[in-house]
Write a protein that binds this ligand. Structure first.
Ligand code: S3P
Length: 433
């Protein structure tokens, strides 16, 4: 990826229709499960982001054959649970999802794998998968809990594990590992996180059980279950839609349509929050595809009140907090984010990145260890900003720039391609000046 800057000019409205590429969380999981399923799978509207391409690249290195059809779908020839030993390290690029979730699959193989990532991924914590996978019998060497990972596959044994951090990536990693384990693997999460791993496993034919115990949400899976391939159209990415929804929220006259959007209840907290702030949202054409809820959104700008995001909401909105924080100065009462320490170990330290960029635009911001407090009623000016190599920071500040006075330059804007290569072009198409 070459370094590029992007200039964003102020807008007066957001209008039009945006069809989003397939959800990133679902795309990763479908690509992995299609690889270890029996028979072919066809995945339409697969995420166009570089992260999901990293997952497909790793699957190919593990002996899974796949190709792109003329109409853009991905066709995967499943190999069943046994993959092939990779000839070179598995390159996860910038993708924490690839490394964490795929580690659960390679841990159950009869060979060793090396998993590597870029500079940002190499700083991210992996102990959260190393500890439970080691308890299941895999041997994992790391750089003090960070990548690269050297995973020696083993005949895994089932564990009963309570996750110390709420992480859907870790939950999926362990459910995938559970497929290779002897017995029933039981995972308890402290807070309910996105359930795409569970929904996808069921779509591919696995049986899982879910219980709400006193400690939290518990899911169990028995080993040696066979998966079968699926044909699916992946719903539009809700976390990518967040940028357009927040852009629409900035202007009372905005009108936006978003067809075929993911509406999974474990992700849709964003829609409640935006409605609470003042965006008018109606949903039509609700449908369910392979257990995932999909709908079309009609959105109209309204007020821009403030909000507090804390507790379970912070986990549920973790990927959307950067853009919500970026528009916070324009709200009436401001936005306060608490209990979101995890933001510090994402693709960048997102708390520090948001605070730095908002300050460059002239905003007052209080940065805290686990969040931010951003007063409302502030007018921002254009500035020269940095993406910090983080896709969501690049896109969040493109949105903030729409209501600033003067132009904003975003350095490292190419990082948007990690999840959404067409972002800047699409934003340009729906903004009126
Ligand atoms: C994801 C889970 C979240 C999220 C990430 C995608 C997933 O990470 O931030 O973008 O697909 O499971 P954590 O599992 O670290 O919370």
């Amino acid at each position: 990826m070459s370094n590029s800057s992007q200039i964003v000019r102020p807008a007066r409205n957001v209008r039009g229709s945006v069809s989003l590429p397939g959800d990133k969380s679902i795309s990763h999981r479908y690509a992995m499960l299609a690889g270890i399923a029996e028979g072919p799978s066809r995945l339409e509207n697969y995420s166009t982001g570089a992260d999901c391409a990293s997952t497909l690249g790793c699957m190919r290195s593990l002996g899974v054959q796949w190709g792109r059809t003329e109409d853009g779908a991905i066709e995967v020839q499943g190999r069943g649970l046994s993959l092939a030993a990779p000839a070179a390290p598995l390159d996860c690029g910038n993708s924490g999802s690839t490394m964490r979730m795929l580690s659960g699959i390679v841990a159950g193989q009869k060979f060793s794998s090396e998993m590597v990532g870029d500079e940002s991924l190499s700083r991210r914590p992996m102990a959260r998968v190393i500890t439970p996978l080691t308890a299941m019998g895999a041997q994992i060497a790391s750089q003090a809990g960070k990548p690269p990972l050297h995973i020696t596959g083993a005949a895994l044994k089932a564990i009963d594990y309570t996750m110390p951090v709420a992480s859907a990536q870790v939950k999926s990693c362990l459910l995938f590992a559970g497929l290779f384990a002897d017995g029933e693997t039981r995972i308890t999460e402290p807070l309910r996180t996105r359930d795409h791993g569970e929904v996808a496993l069921r779509a591919f034919g696995a049986k899982l059980e879910r219980k709400n115990s006193g400690q939290g949400n518990q899911i169990s899976i028995r080993g040696s279950q066979h998966l079968r391939g699926i044909e699916a159209r992946i719903p539009g990415d809700l976390s990518s839609a967040a940028f357009f929804l927040c852009a629409a929220a900035l202007f009372p006259g905005s009108q936006l349509t978003v067809p075929g959007l993911l509406m999974n209840p474990t992700r849709a907290r964003l829609l409640d929050l935006l409605m609470q702030i003042g965006l008018r949202i109606s949903v039509t054409q609700l449908d369910e595809i392979h257990g995932e809820l999909v709908g079309s959104l009609q959105v109209e700008g309204g007020g821009l009140k403030g909000a507090t995001i804390a507790g379970a909401d912070s986990a549920a909105l973790i990927d959307e907090i950067p853009v919500l924080a970026a528009i916070a100065p324009y709200t009436e009462q401001g936005i306060e984010v608490r209990d979101a320490r995890e933001l510090r170990v994402k693709e960048s330290d997102r708390i520090a990145a948001v605070a730095a960029n908002l300050r460059l635009m002239g905003a007052q911001v209080e940065e805290r260890d686990d969040g931010l407090k951003i007063p409302g009623g502030q007018a921002l000016h254009g500035a020269e900003l940095d993406s910090f190599g983080d896709h969501r920071i690049a896109m969040a500040f493109a949105v903030a720039a729409l209501r600033a006075s003067g132009e904003t330059l975003i350095r490292g804007a190419e990082s948007a391609a990690i999840s959404y290569p067409a972002f800047f072009q699409t934003l340009e198409e729906v903004t009126e000046r």
